[in-house]
Ligand binder design. Structure first.
Ligand SMILES: Cc1ncc(COP(=O)(O)O)c(C=O)c1O
Length: 403
């Protein structure tokens, strides 16, 4: 192994509730299923600018890590929004508008294409959607609102950078900044929506409100659907970064639903400040992380698991891993200097950072059965969403790396 990557602290546990031989059951299908995916595919592939994101073969890095292959799904290329998030937030906005139009017209079968082409603009323009965000989800909801023509108010917490705030406002949303954490902003969005008669589009669920967060996750599943078309051979491992767990659950569920017990080993990845999945799987019950949960990997700075994701990942994830913020920075640089050079953002590289950390540690390597036959898939869930941060870490502007 010739890779120059520092030994950084990490933690790795087997999920005590993992059920590797279990079939994809009713509890999971109640959240994500084939019909839901078909609807997400029908809607999202009709949006202007839709194209599957590239799956990049990192053959040199795979060789250095002593594994058979390494595929990096480049979500930085998604709809020009630089993250996978439009698949979820904007899709959930479209579904909410379909429901609003159905209610206002009394018609049951509203064709989503009629939301997109402005047929129901008078009804749609009277709807206000809202969400709390660390950046990417709000951008996605704002972008979808502009595409469909409804009003949008986004709540951010104090740690969200000015660049991320501006990126949301650019799509015409009203942005309101609050003191406190991401989880505080989530609670505030719910409260305001109740008071104002708005529709909240959360990317997480406490178990009570499920419709919109389920739509969000169902939209994310399209990412996995694309992977099935792009991969020649089934992967053996998925390293999936988790905030509230929606993306990881959507990807894991799609592999579980289609491949059953032959599905890849699924490893959840989090920063140590916000390791709610690690702690919850360890405890066997959803366990919030409190205090200062801010991480360099801002999209993963979530202290509470989504209960919809819990239904899938508690039995479905095989292991959980905590990685250091420094590992994400090292990985951003490594990717930028790789062959081919790849632009990965702070949270986007977390899964790859975990793979590199584990593959270069003999005990972790053995525990995760990483060897010369392993075919690993990671989701590069964001590109250089915050250019200033990217430049500071990598030392080169993202457009030069991409060129
Ligand atoms: C770039 C990026 N990757 C991963 C995640 C984690 O997604 P989830 O919160 O659904 O677990 C987020 C969440 O905001 C994100 O922005």
């Amino acid at each position: 192994m010739t890779l120059a990557f520092p030994q950084l602290p990490f933690e790795l546990i087997d999920n005590p509730a993992a059920d590797p031989d279990a079939a994809y059951g009713d509890r999971q299908a109640a959240v994500l299923n084939a019909e839901g995916l078909a609807e997400a595919r029908r809607c999202i592939t009709a949006w202007p600018g839709y194209a599957p994101t590239p799956l990049i073969d990192l053959a040199g890095l795979a060789r250095d890590l002593g594994i058979a292959s390494l595929s990096y799904k480049q979500e930085g290329a998604r709809f020009g929004l630089k993250s996978f998030k439009p698949l979820g937030g904007a899709f959930a906005v479209e579904r909410c508008l379909v429901r609003a139009v159905a209610e206002a017209t009394g018609e049951e079968d509203i064709d989503p294409a009629r939301i997109l082409d402005g047929t129901h603009a008078d009804i749609v323009s009277r709807v206000t959607v809202t969400a709390a965000t660390d950046g990417n989800h709000g951008r996605s909801v704002a972008w979808g609102s502009r595409m469909f023509g409804c009003r949008c108010v986004i709540f951010i917490n104090e740690a969200v950078s000015a660049a991320r705030e501006a990126a949301i406002a650019d799509f015409g949303a009203e942005v309101r900044r609050l003191k406190g954490s991401y989880d505080d902003a989530v609670r505030h969005a719910f409260k305001t929506a109740r008071e104002e008669g708005w529709t909240v589009i959360p990317d997480t669920s406490d178990g009570d409100i499920v419709e919109a967060p389920r739509d969000v996750m169902q939209g994310y599943a399209l990412l996995a659907d694309e992977l099935f078309d792009q991969l020649d051979v089934a992967p053996t491992h998925l390293f999936l970064q988790a905030g509230v767990g929606g993306m990881a659950a959507a990807v894991a569920a799609e592999f579980w639903r289609r491949s059953g017990a032959a599905r890849p080993m699924t490893i959840l990845v989090e920063p140590k400040q916000a390791a709610c999945w690690f702690k919850s799987l360890q405890a066997g019950t959803p366990t919030p992380v409190t205090g200062d949960i801010d991480s360099f990997m801002g999209g993963l700075s979530c202290g509470e698991c989504s209960m919809l994701a819990w239904a899938i990942l508690q039995p479905g994830a095989h292991a959980a891993m905590i990685v250091d913020d420094a590992a994400a920075k090292e990985t951003m640089r490594l990717l930028a200097e790789g062959d081919p050079p790849v632009v990965g953002g702070e949270s986007g590289v977390a899964g790859l950072a975990a793979l590199i950390t584990a593959a270069t540690d003999p005990a972790a390597r053995e525990k995760l059965k990483l060897d010369a036959t392993s075919r690993v898939v990671v989701i590069g869930s964001e590109g250089a969403v915050d250019e200033a941060v990217y430049r500071e870490v990598v030392g080169t502007p993202s457009h030069e790396v991409a060129a």
